[in-house]
Design a protein around this ligand. Structure first.
Ligand code: DX5
Ligand code: ZN
Length: 224
């Protein structure tokens, strides 16, 4: 099943609830929250207080994408603030297995993320303990960057591995997803589509979300 996860990174933070409601009316079913620390990525965004406020503003699951060093230190607080899904970067975790278990112990779904330069092979030992895998189709740090088509083979590889190994993780893609790229990502195997600029960049978030989902669903139908 295809789901759209609007990323609030490109939303108007002064009207966050309103923007999230618009994207939800347009068909968004997961709210993607980009957490950046200025160390793991060259940008600083938001933290647990915003998650806490969002938790009161929407019933949708909050998908917290931690682009931070030492995520173990913050996972309990994100979970307590209302994060339903928490993902960490393979590149940021020295003890990835421990970190993923920490997320699960806090009753959140556990996701692992790989940067464009990281191969799927780096995940082979943790695929059994993750609820979702997030493939970055841009280098993390900023919204509205150019989609890197060369990352799409990793979605195919993850879908194939899931089948071969009888696993159940879901496959998410993040970065540069818009009307001109969404079909390619769905065709390669993406099931959860993160979109920031494509939903909140310009125009009406509701209409943008609707159009994006329509294009994604058409691409999914072409696949079978
Ligand atoms: C990038 C973030 C993305 C970002 C995507 O570092 O992880 O979630 O918001 O934004 P767009 O859709 O604009 O590429
Ligand atoms: Zn993200």
């Amino acid at each position: 099943m295809i789901e759209l996860a609007p990323s609030i990174l490109s939303a108007d933070f002064a009207h966050l609830a309103e923007q999230v409601h618009g994207a939800t009316e347009g068909g968004g079913t997961v709210i993607h929250v980009d957490v950046m620390d200025g160390h793991f990525v060259p940008n600083i965004t938001i933290g647990p207080p915003v998650v806490k406020s969002l938790r009161k503003a929407t019933k949708l699951p909050l998908d917290c994408h931690l682009m931070i060093e030492n995520p173990d230190q913050y996972i309990p607080e994100f979970a307590a603030s209302g994060a339903d899904w928490i993902s960490v970067h393979q590149e940021a975790c020295r003890h990835l297995d421990r970190t993923l278990h920490l997320i699960r112990n806090h009753h959140a779904l556990a996701g692992v993320v790989i940067n464009p330069a990281t191969p799927v092979e780096n995940l082979s030992e943790v695929l059994e303990i993750v609820d979702y895998v997030l493939v970055m189709s841009v280098n993390p740090g900023f919204g509205a960057q150019k989609f890197i088509a060369g990352t799409m083979h990793k979605l195919r590889q993850l879908a194939q591995l899931r089948l071969q190994r009888g696993l159940h993780y879901r496959i998410e893609v993040d970065g540069g997803i818009a009307l001109d790229t969404v079909a390619e990502a769905v065709d390669a195997g993406a099931e959860i589509l993160v979109a920031g600029n494509g939903v909140f960049g310009q125009g009406d978030p509701k209409t943008n979300a609707q159009k994006l989902l329509k294009a994604a669903r058409e691409a999914a139908l072409q696949k079978v």
